[in-house]
Design a protein around this ligand. Sequence first.
Ligand code: ADP
Ligand code: NI
Length: 214
Amino acid sequence: MSENISLIALTVQQQMQADTTGHNFDHIQRVVKNAELILRDLPQANRAIVLAAAYMHDLADDKLVTDLAAKQNEMEKLLATAEFESDQASAVMDIISNMSFSANLVERQTLSLEGQIVQDADRLDAIGAIGITRAIYYSGHFGETVYDPLIAPREKMTKEEYRQPGTTINHFYEKLLKLADQLNTAPAKKIGQHRNQVMLDYLAEFKAEWNGER
Ligand code: ADP
Ligand code: NI
């Protein structure tokens, strides 16, 4: 392929290295790895679009970016410099705006096959042992309470409500345990099932220890 994925990888690495909210470049590298794994089973997907979106998907996160329009502009420039045709660049930008959990809270967005792959790759990194670690890390960063049996998990949430602090343990019920069922592609579903069980086992153990049962 003629698109310059290495340039995108390097630029994203420079921009994300300092993040301490669980969105750092380690996360990006795992998402790219997950995406490559899923691509093996779906060779009809456009590899350059998948990889560019995987690398760039957290650059315009509204938690981390104040001037969204300026950031999007910068991202479009990066894609042009990396020799993406304009329709391919739009496909990448479209995936990035529509794939996040928060963009899908109220109504589910339609995603291209490439978008479905990147969304799955990102969601796999939010569940399982890595997902548990990221949730605790994120909670600590934002000063969330770990657990309070008197605070019930929130049911249907708007994007604004989702951004309000809850508890680490409730985050599993509010988001993480829902992700495995929402995966799009067959290879991701298989991995997701295992990772979901890892979280269920962890929660059962956590509560038993909390209650002094073992
Ligand atoms: P998205 O970008 O898909 O909207 P987020 O940015 O909300 O997803 O989540 C990024 C990471 O931070 C995930 O691993 C997620 O589990 C974690 N996270 C987000 N919100 C919370 C929260 N309130 N408590 C604990 N972890 C959280
Ligand atoms: Ni991500």
